[in-house]
Design a protein around this ligand. Sequence first.
Ligand code: NIG
Ligand code: FE
Length: 412
Amino acid sequence: MKLLTNIGALAGVDRSGIKLRRGDEMAEFPLLRDAWLLVDGERIAAFGEMAELSGREFGAVETVDMQGGWVFPSFCDSHTHIVYAGNRAGEFIDKINGLSYEEIAARGGGILNSADLLHRTSEDELFRQAMERVGEMIAKGTGAVEIKSGYGLTVEDELKMLRVIRRIAQSVPAVVRSTFLGAHAVGRAYVGRQSEYVDLVCNEMIPEVGCEKLADYIDVFCDKGFFTPAETARMLEEAAKWGMKPKIHANELDVSGGVQVGVAHGAVSVDHLERTTEVEIEVLKNSSTIPTVLPGASFFLGMPYGNAKGMIAAGLPVALASDYNPGSSPSGDMRFVASLGCIRMKLLPEQALNAATINGAAAMEVAGDAGSIAVGKLANFFVTAPLPSLAFLLYAYTTPLITQVWLRGMRQ
Ligand code: NIG
Ligand code: FE
């Protein structure tokens, strides 16, 4: 057992077993000042205030003095595309020169560029590149991550990506969830034959993925220029037969109908939501689907920011995720994502932190293990230098404040 003492503040503590925070609750991110934390193996065994520590007996413990550092639950990044080959820095220049994301995609670039490169990259090399990104995310405080396929776009290459995700899950101490996103774009060989590509997803990809149990979820890019709500519904129904629940891309490029089709199929989350109206908010209010907003994509592509504040005012449990991918968000820094939540979406630091921890955990159904400092959960947390306030973590958004990362009770 390990006893961490002299913690300046233990942040995001929970004693009542909450699974997420919604609406007004999102303004609460409880702090326990001058605290201790007991870790037993890979889990949190107890915590409390230093003033009440004397006289308590825990048996054989190794004591670690945190010297006033603050402890936060690890970030839970519920939407990423970190298995990809190379990068798309060339398109970065195209965007600087004035092309939009949609124009690049329409010229056959974008996702299809990544698919071409992935096709030529071996599974081992893909794993190596993706592991570098996971390592970077862990160092930046992430302890649970969802990873999507979607740069394969053929049966073989989608399976290759999902095997890489499985190998990552077996190799890192972070919690990993996997999502099949065969309908990220129409594969090159099917351009102009979208309905045949949807047939391929339904008749070949989904059964193979399901049979090999390679994915927890199904995702579809339900948006203008990509897949329609009717096509999305068909693919979600097929995936449901294999126990894959939806987590879908919706309303990034247009008010796409994606929220409605996701909610109708019991989606765990609907993600992006840059173009979301009162109608979608009403639909979400009558559901258990978690709206997930990705401010890193808005920042990188210069798109509008999702109306997270309006969703919280409507009582919804908003999650924030990085969308780490080569085309629209080449960063997995969840602290920066939470800062963007504050700076550009006017969330309070407490709301942004709940969105990036417990609600992110709920958006990938791992809130029993991650997302808060709670007895019985995995000891997944990061430590910062002593902070003058909770807000400082997201205000001083480039200061390297994170000093330690612990996953499954082990300092990384
Ligand atoms: O979430 N919107 C769709 N998919 C990604 C971008 C993928 C890419 O451009 O490579 C996203 O933004
Ligand atoms: Fe995405």
